[in-house]
Structures are given as C-alpha cells and as structure tokens.
Design a protein around this ligand. Sequence first.
Ligand code: UDP
Ligand code: MG
Length: 318
Amino acid sequence: MTALSIVVPCFNEQECIAALYQRLTKAAKSAAGGDYEIVLVNDGSRDRTWPMMKDLAAADPRLVAINLSRNHGHQLALTAGLDLCRGDTILIIDADLQDPPELLPAMIDTMQREGADVVYGLRTARAGETRFKRATAHAFYRMLARATDVDIPVDAGDFRLISRRALDALLAMPEQARFIRGMVAWIGFRQVPLPYNRDERFAGTTKYPLRKMIRFALDALTGFSSAPLKIASHAGLWLSIGSVLLVIYILAGWLSGRAIPGWTSLMLVVVAIGAVQMFVLAMMGEYIGRLYSQSKQRPLYIVQEIEGGGIGQPPSHE
Ligand code: UDP
Ligand code: MG
C-alpha cells in the first residue's frame, strides 16, 4: 500500500501535463515523502496527452498512466483512476491546476486534526471563469441542495482528500450515472470543508461545454432526487381537489337548469377522466421512483466502526 494517491482525469490537457506533473510531484513529496503515486487517467484525448503521460510514466516509477479506450467523461475517468489507485489517502484533483496542489499539506493536516474521512475544497472565489459558468454553477448547486435529501456541499467540486475506507464505500456504489461529489456526500463519515480560491485554468480551454454541463446536472438531479417525478403526484393532488370543486359547479348548473343539454354529462366525463389519469400517473410515478432507487443497487448502509465483540477488527493478511 502507498500512503498517498493523487488521481487526475485528463482530457485534451497537453498544455497542462508538464506543469501538472511538476506541481503534483512537489506537493506529494512535501506531504508524503517518497511514499506516493500519481495516477493520470487519459480520457480518450485527441491531442498529445497520452504520449506525454506515457513518457512521464516511463521515467518515473511513481507515476501510473491509464489510457481509456475512448472519451468516457470526467466522472467515469475519475472512477477508473479511483478503482486502480492503491493509496491509503487519496487526493482527487483536476488536470488544469484550477485547484492548487499546494493545498495538499493543509488538507492532510485538516484530515488528521479533525479526524475526518473527507476534506473537500470549498470554492470561495472562482478566477478566470465566465460569468455564465459562475452563474450557472451558483444556481446549480443551490437548486441541487433544495431538491436532494443528501447534504451535497454547495460550491464544492471534486477537489478533495478522502480516506481509504471512504473510497472503498464510494467504490461499492455500482450505479452507472455517477455524480461523484454527491456520492461522496451520500456515504457519510466526517466530512469537513477547506476554503480556497479557485485559480484560472493553467492553459487550454474548458473541457465542459454546455452539452456536458447539462448532462452532468441531469445526472446529479436524477441520481439524488426524485423531485421531478413527484411533480406528477403534486399535480394529481391539486387537480383532484380542483375537480371536486368543478363537479360541484357543474351539478349546480344542472340543478338550476341553466346548463344546455349535454353539457353536464360531457363536463363530468372530462373532469373525471382527467382526475383519474393524473391519479394513475402519480401512482406509477411512485413505483417508478422506487424501481429507480432499487436499480441503482447502492449499499443499504455503511458502517463507520464497530466496538467490542471482536468483529470490528480488520482481517489479518498473514
Ligand atoms: N475531463 C475529462 N473528461 C471529459 C471532460 C473533462 O477527463 O470528458 C477532465 C479535464 O481534463 C479536467 C477535469 O475533467 O481535468 C475538469 O474539466 P474542466 O477543468 O475542463 O472543467 P471546468 O473546470 O471548466 O468545469
Ligand atoms: Mg477546470
């Protein structure tokens, strides 16, 4: 086992690789001496990212380069790196150096001092990002916080330090649509924030065009909330109440004899069918919601520790 793993997903980051490698190595040395590994995952880059990574890996035994078969997306590239890394403590960081590797010693320090399993970077300022990106990110994190029942920290990215047991819990979640920062929040344990200023991208342009941002937001929302499904239930409830009032109104018209022949029966049928349809939809929504949460096959719970009885000891490997 290695003391520290640094996992970095890279997609078309040729301008960043050299500086990334240098700054990560420096930070890792100061934090873990020689006992670390840097895991770079090439997510189907179309530039020189992979050859550069391969050269670095040939020259430095502490560097592991992983080449994915095609572009699988940020969250899956990160998952590949997390699956294969061997560290006791794991740092997740972007390739573009927007999150300073120099924060590593402070993160390790916080983890030890607070007895935390997760130390996540909290973005207090975001330099060099477009207004659009900042505004959408701001709105996104707040919307997500309202819609989900997991406490996903607001304004935190994937930049975080996690313990081995937290990572193992994370990797036990087999779901396909992975929103890692939400999943890390879901596993629990003690998670503490570390505020920092987010820098500008070191070089190159963002690898998150609007299309990927929308996909990402949808994965987050559908993975951690059934709020959109519940809309049908709410609409069904209010429409049912409304239709009762409507029925009273229709019958009153009929009794007073003001209604033209045929109107009463027609209206009653329309209202009744509408209400029944909404009700049935809402019922189906509830079942689909449960089917969906079952199909994610998440572990049911995660044990933090067990005292006594001799069952809390880690298995020995003699
Ligand atoms: N990335 C990736 N695959 C993708 C898109 C992005 O591995 O399909 C990586 C990218 O190389 C970077 C990280 O994910 O290390 C975050 O991307 P980026 O910095 O472009 O996102 P932004 O900071 O603009 O949200
Ligand atoms: Mg970035």
